[in-house]
Design a protein around this ligand. Structure first.
Ligand SMILES: [Zn+2]
Length: 209
């Protein structure tokens, strides 16, 4: 019994799973069997398919990876561990792809707005819970997970790392400077955002770990 419980995922990915952000969104689309099978034969270049018995589930992403469509039959059972693993790995892959485009783009916009430039930016998964880093030679690293944060929180996370370009520490001068960039009290803002994100944190880390 115990080993069975261990295998049960913390979250089931199914049509109730909602991920809707300006930078990335997961769209569930119910289709009839004929359409699903027709899609198999089309060999769509941005589609991957999971075959279950006589039916299938398709994942189709937009060219810029900002939208991921799940095409499924109304009778599709999602409580299947192999299907869950497939969904999770592929959703994670597309989110990571999206992050590698969207996060540097957003950072370059913020650099131009604040006339504050990093030497380089990379999008890379870091140790658990680390959302960003600024090295001593001013290279910024961002975790792909922040692309599925609400926009204000995504910006705050990027600006936090950008503030380290001037202050490589977390002393008062850093927080004062970040407050100027954000246009509000940075410490207070962080506290509010930490609370806002905490209820989604488990799902986020489940998807992105
Ligand atoms: Zn910091």
């Amino acid at each position: 019994m115990e080993s069975k419980n261990k295998k049960t995922p913390k979250f089931w990915i199914n049509p109730n799973t909602r991920l809707h952000f300006p930078q990335f969104s997961l769209e569930w689309q119910q289709c009839d069997k004929c359409d699903l099978l027709a899609f198999c034969e089309m060999e769509h270049p941005r589609c991957i398919t999971y075959v279950v018995g006589t039916t299938c589930v398709h994942l189709v992403h937009s060219e810029d990876y900002s939208r991921l469509y799940v095409l499924y039959h109304k009778d599709q059972c999602f409580e299947n561990l192999r299907l869950q693993k497939w969904l999770r790995e592929n959703i994670r892959y597309i989110i990571t792809k999206r992050a590698s485009i969207a996060l540097p783009n957003r950072m370059h916009e913020l650099e131009a707005i604040h006339q504050l430039y990093a030497k380089d930016v990379t999008v890379k998964k870091m140790r658990k819970g680390i959302l960003g880093q600024c090295t001593h030679d001013n290279q910024i690293r961002l975790s792909p997970i922040i692309v599925i944060f609400p926009p204000a929180l995504m910006d705050e996370t990027i600006l936090h790392e950008m503030a380290h370009l001037k202050h490589h520490h977390h002393r008062k001068s850093f927080w004062d400077y970040l407050s100027v960039l954000l246009g509000c009290d940075a410490r207070e803002n962080k506290l509010l955002h930490d609370v806002a994100i905490s209820k989604y944190w488990e799902l986020y880390t489940f998807l992105m770990k």
